[in-house]
Design a binder for this molecule. Structure first.
Ligand code: 6PG
Length: 240
């Protein structure tokens, strides 16, 4: 596990855009397709903006990338809260990528059915591979949730499913990838900024107890990277 700390959100996203581009290039040297599970929420918007602009817009071989999502809010695609819409508006509609390389989670059918269908799609792309995704990008909430894995949620003990539908009183209907799948990624990156997440971050990184869903993310190959800003790192000590 590595922690990468930068002055502010702008610099974190600058550094992460370059770091991801490097990872994509290295992966393309050894395989045709790069598979990437995107994160939703506010924090990755700045990163997606940078990747949809020069030099990354021209430099990255987008037509050799397949995009998936870590989780989705069960709202129509044209709803501002929809994670796929956010990524489309800021990144995917601005780059040269074949539409069949973009694998959205359906929100126009029952969540349980959508979860089943997405798991089927994932098996088509990820089965018999040493790793699942080449990159999984994650965020973390102030309550220590990640993806749509919320504290106290009944699905947290599900060690087998790749995808689950979940209902949260606060966050509504969601469809989420599960740690069993994410932990087999080749590389996992958490992008976390802002002081509000500082205290929970110290517990997630240093806590002895398994209290937070974000602590369930333990890639089997240990390729776990935290890209954070000074605000989020505020309470971290050398022990973390
Ligand atoms: C989502 C995300 C979720 C997000 C955290 C952090 O759909 O909301 O996948 O897990 O990463 O809630 O969200 P912010 O970046 O908005 O703080």
């Amino acid at each position: 596990m590595q922690i990468h700390v930068y002055k502010n959100a702008e610099e974190v996203c600058d550094a992460l855009a370059a770091w991801i581009t490097d990872l994509i290039d290295k992966t393309h040297l050894v395989k045709e397709k790069f598979t990437w599970a995107l994160s939703g929420g506010e924090t990755p918007k700045k990163l997606y903006q940078k990747l949809s602009s020069s030099p990354y817009k021209e430099k990255i071989k987008w037509d050799r990338i397949h995009f998936f999502w870590g989780d989705e809010r069960v709202v129509p695609f044209d709803d501002e809260r929809n994670n796929a819409k956010m990524a489309y508006d800021i990144l995917l509609s601005k780059i040269n990528i074949p539409s069949e390389h973009i694998h959205k989670i359906r929100t126009d059918i029952k969540p349980a059915e959508a979860a089943k269908q997405y798991e089927k799609t994932l098996h088509q792309y990820l089965d018999d591979k040493k790793f699942t995704f080449d990159l999984t990008l994650l965020g973390m909430g102030e309550d220590g949730h990640t993806l749509s894995l919320f504290p106290g949620s009944s699905i947290l003990n599900d060690q087998l499913s790749w995808v689950n539908a979940v209902h949260s009183k606060e966050k509504g209907e969601r469809i989420t990838l599960m740690p069993s799948l994410v932990n087999r990624s080749s590389t996992v990156v958490f992008l976390v900024t802002g002081e509000k997440k500082g205290l929970v971050l110290t517990e997630v990184l240093g806590g002895k107890e398994q209290k937070y869903p974000a602590q369930l993310i333990q890639p089997s190959n240990k390729e776990l990277h935290w890209f954070i800003d000074k605000e989020a790192a505020k309470y971290l000590t050398d022990n973390n």
